[in-house]
Design a protein around this ligand. Structure first.
Ligand SMILES: [Zn+2]
Length: 363
């Protein structure tokens, strides 16, 4: 059985998209009173990110910034003149630390001498540097060896990691956002709703009064956000965080207009939360079926993500596969043993007995 997911709109026709086409790249559109949707270009396959500009008392508050590139700054200059009418930016909010969201934080904050609001987990994540260069360290080698990735593939992985090392322009200070906090921006109150799994402490913004939900990468309408285990924390269980977050997000009204960081604004939040959970449960079921016989991460990856050919796709697929494996390990549904330098996984209740000490961390 090969997991196959049809595009969301076909499976659940209840998601609806009030704007049939997005603004042209680098352009914008008002989506609610005092809320402007800015389509910022990205130089990737995913060629844009949605940023939101919120009208404040005597200026603007920006949610997410685009990559730290000349192209982004050019778009911003036009926005300052044509949208903001040269009124100041009073604050910048970053939903999470990823470069397409946080790349211009330092530049914007210096230019307007304005505070940067983000959760502590996301601010600290700005300083984590993934392994790169010709000497990435023993942790990198061991992580991929244990996953059963052929050595010939590692050069490609390093190139991808090197190419994603955009110039860091991290602001020297930040103002902390926490779950449940309320921000008054203009006449509107926005509640901070924190999710996890795609990044450590992702902040979304929820206006109950106007039924708006700026979801960042925590909820996207058609593509699914990456949920990956990386070299930085090989034993992490981000899928557990992600699935719990999807569940908790049901506290947000189903009536909201969701303003996501990619693709188009939509209605149907709860439907989409269900789809996202089903997507991962589909992968988990497929993996469990496959783990009747012992397999390495790399062998499973080839089964779950058969189309991951490029180094970039393989790197992401490896991280996603590990996220699902670590989740199943946490649930006690599979076992893992180290043999010949590789981790080998197998479903509990096949040929092996579940060890009695599953909750014990072996050093
Ligand atoms: Zn992201």
């Amino acid at each position: 059985m090969k997991p196959h997911l049809a595009p969301a709109e076909q499976v659940h026709p209840r998601l609806s998209f009030p704007w049939e086409t997005p603004p042209a790249t680098g352009d914008w559109q008002t989506v609610a009173e005092g809320v402007v949707w800015l389509r910022m270009p990205l130089p990737f396959g995913l060629d844009h990110i949605n940023l939101y500009l919120l009208q404040h008392d005597d200026g603007w508050v920006i949610v997410d910034t685009g990559l730290g590139t000349a192209q982004s700054r050019e778009v911003w200059e036009r926005v300052f003149r044509e949208v903001m009418d040269d009124a100041p930016v009073k604050a910048v909010i970053a939903t999470h630390f990823h470069h397409d969201h946080a790349g211009c934080l330092g530049w914007l904050s210096r230019r307007f001498r304005c505070p940067v609001y983000m959760t502590r987990g996301e601010y600290q994540a700005l300083f984590i540097s993934p392994p790169r260069g010709s000497e990435p360290g023993w942790e990198f080698a061991q992580f991929y060896q244990r996953a059963g990735v052929p050595e010939a593939r590692l050069d490609g992985f390093l190139k991808v990691l090197g190419a994603s090392s955009f110039e860091q322009d991290v602001p020297a200070s930040f103002t902390r956002l926490t779950d449940g906090q309320v921000l008054r921006i203009g006449t509107r109150d926005w509640e901070v709703v924190v999710g996890s799994g795609h990044s450590p402490e992702h902040a979304c913004l929820y206006s109950r009064q106007d039924q708006l939900f700026i979801s960042g990468d925590q909820v996207l309408p058609r593509i699914t956000s990456s949920v990956c285990v990386t070299v930085t924390e090989p034993e992490a269980n981000p899928l557990d965080d992600w699935l719990s977050s999807l569940h908790r997000l049901r506290a947000v009204s189903d009536q909201v207009l969701v303003l996501p960081a990619h693709e188009r604004p939509f209605y149907g939040l709860h439907q989409r939360l269900t789809q996202l959970a089903e997507h991962h449960h589909g992968h988990l079921d497929a993996m469990l079926a496959e783990l009747k016989n012992e397999k390495t991460t790399n062998e499973l990856m080839a089964f779950i993500f058969p189309r991951a050919r490029s180094a970039f796709d393989a790197l992401m697929a490896n991280g996603e596969t590990l996220a699902h494996l670590n989740y199943l390990l946490g649930e006690g549904r599979i076992t893992r043993r180290l043999s010949g330098g590789r981790y080998r996984y197998q479903r509990v209740g096949c040929d092996v007995e579940a060890p009695a000490d599953l909750q014990v961390t072996h050093i």
